[in-house]
Design a protein around this ligand. Sequence first.
Ligand code: GDP
Length: 216
Amino acid sequence: MSDRETGFDDALVEQARRLFVGPVSFLKSAPALNFLPDAEVPEVAFAGRSNVGKSSLLNALTNRNTLARTSNTPGRTQELNFFDVGEPMRLRLVDMPGYGFAKAPKDMVRKWRFLVNDYLRGRQALKRTLVLIDSRHGIKDVDREILKMLDDAAVSYRIVLTKADKVKASELAEVQARTAEEARKRPAAHPELLTTSSEKGMGIAELRAAVLEAIG
Ligand code: GDP
């Protein structure tokens, strides 16, 4: 994917590449709002249903293999995970708890909703959320809940298609068109998508640029 297509200039892409080869470290997990770190730097959050490829994408983004854990099981605590990026620190990545577990207990869904909603509504430092959507499925109702929460909280967001290597080119073009059309109708959504594959390294340079652009 050329930079011309995604609209990022070469200088931004290079600056973003350099940022993410530098230090990235886990700061803390926040199971509730009173555990949030001080909002001293801009934050960019990542959201998506469980198994969408969020951990893999965060690892690809930051050139690490094990930064984000790739075993989001329903039994795990619902937490916001914070990662400091840059030295001196430029921004924080926020790994939001996955959603859409097939057998999630009601109580867990309720907790997820409160935590995410409170964070989205109250966090001045949150500059943008990247919402991950599986290229094989496109936007589902379970995703529309968080899109609505973002629209209602007026948090700017951008949709990132994941696992693009898993679908044929024709199917990818179709899901890109369908998803972009829906994004254009949503008030807080960036009209342009990013398309990625952690497996193939596709769209990762652009994703880094999108993170940097978000705090710009
Ligand atoms: P999470 O639950 O959203 O954190 O998802 P994970 O990152 O753990 O990924 C879920 C599954 O999808 C794992 O088996 C990954 O190996 C696989 N996966 C993640 N990203 C990709 C990708 O870009 N391409 C392919 N083919 N598989 C992927």
